[in-house]
Ligand binder design. Structure first.
Ligand SMILES: [Fe+2]
Length: 244
């Protein structure tokens, strides 16, 4: 937790979040962990940074990563066994990160989406333009009882600075999940600025790692020592704790 006796904001670790809701830790099924060993190494790094629960979210895309709930559940069980064997005590669950591409509509209709607690569905879109069906997808998700969580809203630079559009997405039922790495400048300066804008506007519901590899874990570790990051997160409330 934050040290209230210390005048300067300081982040000892990420235990103030406790639950991570976005990462790519299941081996061999997307652009994240490549093997069981790699996955174990990443999970151990996250545990050392203060997370006690990981809801990992492999990509589901129509063409690039054709993952199904069955494939994901099977891999999650495989990793759970590996964690037990290694004696690593951490909760590992699985949901998915759905790209709102042309195939997404059918997945909504099937009604078998892999969800975060509270029937939330982690969704992402292209970094270059909003999908033409965006509003329709958001509406259909909710009529089926799902609640969309937009992954890394700060990374869609076509929305940068357009606070009205961000607020409209919120009114259309989206919760926002910011990437911690964005605050550290990992994806570049414009994304960093956008992340700070959303934070300051009070629009960030959740913070997550979106971890794919060790380099990112190392950066997350370094960020804990950076004043500007600590200052931005200091005394701010996030809703990660609701995801249990
Ligand atoms: Fe992701």
């Amino acid at each position: 937790m934050f040290n209230i006796f210390n005048k300067k904001p300081k982040l000892p670790d990420y235990s103030f979040l406790g639950i991570d809701l976005h990462s790519h830790l299941l081996p061999g099924i997307d652009d994240g962990a490549r093997s069981v060993g790699h996955s174990l190494a990443l999970i151990e790094m996250l545990q050392k940074m203060g997370f006690h629960t990981l809801i990992t979210t492999p990509h589901i895309m129509a063409e690039m990563y054709v993952n199904t709930p069955e494939i994901i559940r099977e891999k999650q069980q495989e990793m759970q066994a590996a964690l037990q064997q290694k004696g690593l005590e951490i909760n590992l669950y699985a949901a998915a990160e759905y790209l709102m591409d042309e195939g997404f509509g059918n997945k909504i209709e099937d009604g078998k989406l892999l969800t975060l607690p509270g029937n939330r569905v982690l969704v992402e879109m292209s970094f270059f333009a909003a999908p033409p069906m965006l509003e329709d997808y958001l509406f259909r998700l909710q009529t089926r009882g799902y609640h969309p969580v937009l992954a890394h809203p700060e990374r869609y630079l076509f929305l940068k600075g357009d606070m009205d559009k961000y607020k409209e997405l919120k009114l259309r039922g989206c919760e926002f999940q910011l990437n911690l790495l964005s605050l550290g400048g990992y994806y570049g300066k414009p994304t960093r600025e956008s992340a700070f804008q959303l934070l300051e506007a009070g629009l960030a519901d959740f913070l997550a790692t979106d971890l794919h590899h060790e380099g990112q874990a190392e950066r997350l570790q370094e960020m804990l020592r950076e004043k500007q990051v600590a200052k931005a997160l200091w005394k701010r409330e996030f809703r990660n704790g609701e995801l249990r």
